[in-house]
Write a protein that binds this ligand. Sequence first.
Ligand code: ITT
Length: 192
Amino acid sequence: MKIIFATHNHNKVKELNQLVPKPISLLSLDDINCTKEIEETGSTLEENAKIKADYVLKKYGLNCFSDDSGLEVDALQGAPGVFSARYAGPEKNNDANIEKIWEELGGILNPKACFRSVFHLNLNGKSYSFEGRVDGKLIYEKRGSGGFGYDPIFIPEGFEKTFAELGDEVKNKISHRAKATMLLLEHLTVLL
Ligand code: ITT
C-alpha cells in the first residue's frame, strides 16, 4: 500500500519509511514526478500542512500526508512559527535566525518556547490533523553539535542540556516530530 508524503525532502521520507510497517511504503513528491514547490502560504503550521496535502489529493487523488514544524516563543507571541526556516530572511540562514531571536528577546530571563510539528493526513476520503509538541526554554549561547536549526539554544523541560547536546537518540524519543510521527503511524495502521 503506497501513500504520498508531500515533501521534496528525501531525508524525511527515508526516515519515516523506516518506521512504517512493511506493507506500507511512502513515496515523495519526486517519486510521483511532482516537481512543483508547493508554496507554504498559510499563517499557521496546520494550514501549511493542509495546503501541501490537499494539493496532492486534488491533483493526483491519492492518499497523502504532509508536515510542517517550527519553534514558537511565548515572549514573541508565537514567532517565528511558520517563519522558522526563514526568520532572518529568504536565505534560510540558521545562525542569522538565532541571532534575530536573541535580539528580539532583549535578554529576558528563561524565555519559554516550544517546538510544534503538525501533520495533515488525507486518507480514504477523510482528513485528519494532529500535532506533537515539546515545551522548553531558550538560552543565550549555542551549546552542542547535534540536531539542526534552533536545537543548540533549546532546552526541553525536564533536562539541563540543549537538543543539540542531547543528541539524536534522546531527541528522537521526546521531540515534537517524534510525537507527531507516532500519531501518524497509528492512523496509518488502518491501511494494513
Ligand atoms: P521542508 O522542506 O519539509 O518544509 P524544513 O527544513 O522547512 O523542511 P520543517 O518545516 O520541519 O523543515 O521546519 C521548519 C524550520 O523549523 C526548520 O528549518 C528549523 O529552523 C525549525 N525546526 C523545525 N524542527 C526543528 C527541530 O527539531 N530542531 C530545530 N529546529 C527545528
